[in-house]
Design a protein around this ligand. Structure first.
Ligand code: NAD
Length: 360
């Protein structure tokens, strides 16, 4: 099969880690006889350098022509980079928010998986980490408190700020369907997280999620209040498969979940719209402090490419193979600096990519 993939190499370590992900995708093509046609797209600082703005209509239009987009990371060092002398709406990060909005990427997926080989980096107690965990947080990305009307005013001489948390049933239904679809490809469990004991928006959330659940009789649905979920994530993370939640709760919980894996260089993510299309990127930033030094861990980007195979291209077998190759390299004792431990062999960005590609 032939697939069109947009590639945003981005800034900092972006080009280095994307190069390794492409190396692995090339190995997938060879093994499974697919053809990927790549289109380079400019975003963030790289786009500012060429066009003076972090995102152009050309990038959006070309991205729309692709089956999926793979991205490194964007941004630079805020203290030294000239990009940060520009007004906020012209800086690299504005390009990322802009492309998410332009492509209507409302569903943000962040897996948090604890590799046995990396357990030493997990900050949880040994008896908890021994069980391992493999969860996926599905966060609504384009609604809720971050997108509602807001104002700051003086009422009777008192400074007052107001933010609005609003969801309509359509916004809830589409993200819930995504979560159930993905649960069907995993362990068939969805835990919907809300604050339905207090918030009207959460009560509607719960109702609509229950309606959607009726179409997925094989999936077990549970509900949890967000404060309890924050505790459960550190007490018993093994209980979770798919966590479905709204924008702000998801923002906070996904950071908590990613931290308990202990390794920022390993965490992938995907942002999806109503179609199969998605933007796939590591959860970390552009790490300008180590850019160009062959020190960056490319695994988060390689695992993001695996998510792309699974969710946008429906290539489950190929995605499994990439994930297995990553596990094998860790088992064989190879580590980049960020995940290095005693008795392992330290490798650079390029060698890590090559080792994973070889194991395919
Ligand atoms: P960062 O994630 O880039 O770096 C934090 C620390 O983690 C650094 O010490 C870095 O060296 C290390 N690190 C990150 N990724 C690594 C990897 N793959 N391998 C080894 N070490 C890694 O966060 P930051 O320093 O706060 O931000 C740097 C820039 O990235 C900023 O401009 C920020 O706005 C941008 N950013 C972009 C994205 C994105 O593109 N989606 C996300 C977050 C931050």
């Amino acid at each position: 099969m032939n697939y069109k993939i947009g590639v945003i190499s981005g800034d900092g370590i972006g080009p280095e880690i994307v190069r390794e992900a492409r190396k692995v995708l090339d190995a997938v093509c060879k093994k499974y006889e697919h053809e990927f046609t790549y289109t380079d797209l400019l975003l963030g600082g790289a786009s500012i350098d060429v066009h003076g703005v972090p995102l152009t209509d050309e990038t959006i239009e070309n991205a729309k022509k692709c089956d999926a987009v793979l991205m490194g990371s964007i941004g630079g060092d805020a203290k030294t980079s000239p990009w940060y002398k520009l007004e906020p709406s012209k800086r690299p990060e504005a390009g990322l928010l802009g492309i998410r909005k332009a492509l209507n990427l409302f569903a943000n997926l962040r897996p948090a998986y604890l590799y046995d080989e990396l357990r030493a980096a997990c900050p949880l107690r040994d008896d908890i980490s021994a069980e391992g965990f493999d969860m996926l947080i599905m966060r609504e990305l384009t609604g809720g408190l971050y997108f509602g009307a807001r104002k700051t005013e003086e009422i009777d001489g008192v400074r007052t700020a107001t933010d609005t948390l609003s969801y309509n049933e359509n916004e809830i239904r589409r993200i819930a369907k995504r979560a159930f679809d993905i649960a069907m490809k995993r362990r068939k469990k969805v835990c919907s997280v809300d604050k339905a004991n207090v918030l009207d928006s959460s009560r509607l959330w719960r109702q609509v999620v229950e309606e959607v659940a009726k179409d997925y009789p094989e999936v077990t649905l549970s509900h949890m209040y967000v404060d309890n979920c924050a505790m459960q994530l550190v007490m018993n993370p093994a209980q979770f498969d798919v966590i479905l939640t709204e924008n702000m709760f998801g923002d906070i919980l996904s950071d908590e979940a990613s931290m308990v894996t202990g390794s920022i260089g390993m965490l992938s993510s995907a942002s999806l719209n109503e179609t199969k299309f998605g933007l796939y990127e590591p959860s970390h930033g552009s790490a300008p402090d180590i850019a160009g030094q062959d020190k960056a861990n490319p695994i988060a980007t390689i695992l993001s490419a695996a998510m792309m195979l699974r969710y946008s291209l429906d290539l489950d077998k190929e995605a499994d193979a990439v994930e297995a190759a990553v596990r094998q390299v860790l088992k064989d004792g190879y580590r980049t600096g960020d995940i290095m431990s005693d008795g392992c062999t330290k490798v650079g960005t390029k060698e890590m990519g090559t080792l994973i590609a070889e194991r395919l």
